[in-house]
Design a protein around this ligand. Sequence first.
Ligand code: F6P
Length: 581
Amino acid sequence: MAGAGGVPPTGGTPYIPIRTGPAAGRLFVPSSEMSVDRSAFDRILAELRQRHSTGKVDARAAFRADPRRFARLSATDGDMLLDWSKCAVDDATMDLLGKLAAAAGMEARRDAMFAGAPINVTEDRAVLHTALRAPGRHEPDIDGHDIGADVASVLDAMSAFANAIRSGEARGATGKAITDIVNIGIGGSDLGPVMVTLALAPWHDGPRAHYVSNIDGAHIHDTLKGLDPETTLVIVASKTFTTVETMTNARTAKSWIEKALGKEAVAHHFAAVSTALDLVAAFGITPERVFGFWDWVGGRYSVWGAIGLPVMIAIGPQRFRDMLAGAHEMDTHFRTAPLSSNLPALLGLVGWWHRVVCGYPSRAVIPYDQRLSRLPAYLQQLDMESNGKSTSLDGTPVTTPTGPLVWGEPGTNGQHAFFQLLHQGTDIIPVEFLVAANGHEPELRHQHDLLLANCLAQSEALMKGRTLEEARAQMLAKGMDLAKVDRIAPHRVFSGNRPSITILYRSLDPATLGRLVALYEHRVFVEGVLYNINSFDQWGVELGKELATQLLPVVEGKENAAGRDASTAGLVKHILGLREK
Ligand code: F6P
């Protein structure tokens, strides 16, 4: 591991040991982190809070007063546009946010990440998912490995395997071509490929891709029910190869294949993606069908490498590489664009402003793009597993709120479900709209026009709102009697000035998807820097896993619930009473 044992990696940012906190003398942090100017940060934060409490920007009035507001509060990278002009910020806010990023050492921390510094300090790991989308290019050495070459060789092996499956050169045990792939994984080993498979449906010309994640036997049962073992390839995707859900489902799938085709068929019908090559071998998957990745790739950042194998089989290696190229383009933009036009930095700064200064506890991500229907779920893991923390880098409690609740559904469906609350509820929830200027079906252009009109209408309505006078005038104009107008009008008032961000792109193709996902990854990074936390560990998921292991024999009736809290013991008693023999 780079930097372990006090030895700095060659080149890149120098490291110095942490001198304070529980990790003192053990972990290493980039020296850049030491350049955080905490007192400047706190001063700017206080100034931002003061501005928010005393001089709130009213976006409606601001648009009326300034015809250049959109031009000044939007930015582009190629054909991708980020518009945050409907948020309650002005030039002075943005200026202060820029100073805040500087005080937090954001650029230095970003450079440390790209340089391979072990910025995941609680696991003593580098964070280099960005290297996965720059195959073969020079990247930092980790443990003496040229990781650019390692990445390229795994990608080549994946491509060869994907081509063999797609062409029918690699077949099932009985000689039939593979028509269906079942990816078994969970969290980062599932959400990325699921999201991308749906997003790139128009490019899908390989075997059908199915995904099983839940420990609930219903998931694998219902998936396998419609499939033919002779023509099915199972990919077991698990970074650790120990995750209970994945290993349990993998064993179920293995016995499904063995029952139908015999034990020897497993070699023809299984592949694996993991960092734990020894455990994969013990499971019985042949080494030529095992695709590795590395501990410097977090699960929720892993779709760019071997975890993307089902996507690559579905859409083909070239389109997969197009997606990587798009993400690499966004990496370059994030590394090099000035703050004033740096899309991930701006998205992060405005997100942080909403969460910390305005105190909004959640944000909705609403793709007006049916094929991005799983993007909100993907972003939930990316954002909430990364920034749902309450301990600062130095081990002390955080001093500001951290990551918001992230949720969403595609538009226009959401309009007919929860948008009521977005427009008139008592909480303010910033919304992030994503929409393409063009649909993928030219013959359905009129439907895409409707989609665009709805997307724009929602952000406009959230910002503009409707006053009581406007509501009354509208009702009177329709000939409603005065008594009814007086009674109903208050219910038809929209407070307005509700913030939203719009991300607009030409069309959803593999490269654009890569750019979008990388944009969000870096946004999460920027916010994590401002929260002063480690965005790359996930200790918060451990406790539940440990307790589930303890509770299994209890729900099986093999151990009693003595010593557990009364609620858990009561629930176990009821479960056992309801169990069918
Ligand atoms: O939920 C915790 C987690 O560790 C995620 O971070 C990860 O993506 C998921 O479990 C799956 O882990 P693995 O790929 O090791 O099976």
